[in-house]
Design a protein. Structure first.
Lengths: 127, 260
């Protein structure tokens, strides 16, 4: 039996974290959370999640900086990242500073069916 | 290009940016509403009353913040017609704590209150916006600054014979002199404000419309900042609704563009 996949949710909005965590747990995933960029990077280091959901606009360190940090870390760069953001033109965000872009982008408010699709694609392909 | 056109274009550009960032914020808040709906529906299916209750509270918090965000953007563009009623400062403090407690906890900030019971006349929604804006700004500022391991925001309501005061003491955030001067200057700049200054700008504008004041002091040595919103207890006799927007004032050559 495959082990339970672990997802790290990084978002500064407590209600978004609560919503996403509850939904992902209902879908059978193990969830850990972080409320800002530095905590997110620390949690990724200690928890070694199978996938990360990442907000872009956060106080202090933005999601783009978090992604750059993750991709430049040899222990974490392989972890797939889904950006979940209220930023409208996220497809045009080109400032990834030469690192691999996120595996998927989603807009808030979330389309849960699409999120499930992305999770299945990314987590099955990394199994 | 003459100075008027430059100012007008600059104002339009900054207002456009502000609208963009407010829209972004609203998307996040709508996620809260959706999240609440998910919690309620799944809670009912799983016969989990605690989850249902969490969902209802999530929806209520999000809706309250959506209302304030929309009101703030409207206040920025145009003064809202005031609905003067008698209110109690204690109720304002309790409402703000209820709305922002979860956010503060999530961001590692202690939110404490000292709710003095003072009756006064004001537009209740407007004063709620003032106090919420100051507290929310302070919570986020503490979280970004990371000056102290256990930052605290203390909201106090007190009064004297003629005034009611809402004080927000922030232990965990401080402004350099230059930043403080710039913040105060944005209260008077016709070119618009960015998202980070909007809460303070709106708070100042509402207080000014109530013939009140906003005082800000900050100590980088102590890592603290003190906001004091003061307003008269009684509705001033000479108060009138100011219905012109910034753009309208500029067009009517009534806007004083100098920062004070």
């Amino acid at each position: 039996m495959a082990s339970q996949k672990k997802i790290l949710v990084i978002d500064d909005e407590p209600d978004v974290v609560s919503y996403l965590s509850t939904f992902l747990e209902d879908e059978g995933y193990l969830v850990v959370t972080a409320q800002d960029g530095p905590d997110g990077i620390a949690m990724a280091q200690t928890e070694k999640p199978d996938l990360i959901t990442l907000d872009i606009t956060m106080p202090g360190m933005s999601g783009i900086e978090v992604l750059t940090n993750l991709r430049r870390n040899s222990e974490l760069e392989h972890i797939p990242v889904i950006v979940i953001t209220g930023v409208t033109n996220f497809q045009n965000l080109t400032t990834f500073r030469g690192v691999r872009p996120p595996e998927a982008f989603m807009q808030k408010p979330m389309n849960l069916a699409l999120l499930v699709e992305h999770l299945q694609d990314l987590l099955e392909s990394s199994a | 290009m003459d100075e008027f056109k430059q100012q007008a274009l600059s104002l339009l550009a900054s207002q456009g940016e502000l609208v963009g960032s407010i829209t972004h914020d609203l998307k996040g808040l709508l996620s809260g509403v959706e999240g609440g709906i998910y919690l309620v529906n799944s809670g009912l299916k799983k016969e989990n009353p605690e989850r249902v209750e969490n969902g209802i509270q999530m929806m209520q918090r999000s809706l309250d913040r959506i209302k304030r965000t929309v009101a703030s953007s409207l206040y920025y563009v145009k003064d809202r017609e005031k609905n003067w009623v008698e209110i109690n400062a204690r109720d304002i403090v309790f409402t703000v704590k209820k709305e922002l407690q979860e956010q503060a906890r999530h961001l590692g900030v202690n939110l404490e209150i000292k709710p003095g019971s003072i009756s006064f006349e004001a537009d209740e929604f407007a004063i709620l916006s003032v106090v919420s804006n100051l507290v929310e700004y302070s919570i986020e500022a503490c979280q970004i600054a990371k000056l102290k391991p256990s930052p605290t925001v203390t909201l106090t309501a007190r009064g004297d014979e003629e005034h009611v005061l809402f004080e927000v003491f922030v232990d965990g955030f401080a402004m350099q002199d230059q930043t403080l001067n710039l913040t105060l200057a944005t209260f008077y700049m016709p070119k618009g404000v960015d998202r980070s200054h909007l809460p303070l700008f709106v708070a100042h504008k509402i207080l000014k419309n109530h013939r009140g004041t906003l005082k800000i002091t900050s100590s980088t040595a102590k890592g603290s900042t003190h906001f004091i919103a003061t307003l008269p207890k009684e509705k001033p006799d000479d108060i009138e609704a100011d219905s012109l927007s910034q753009s309208e004032k500029m067009l009517a050559n009534e806007w004083d563009g100098d920062a004070q």
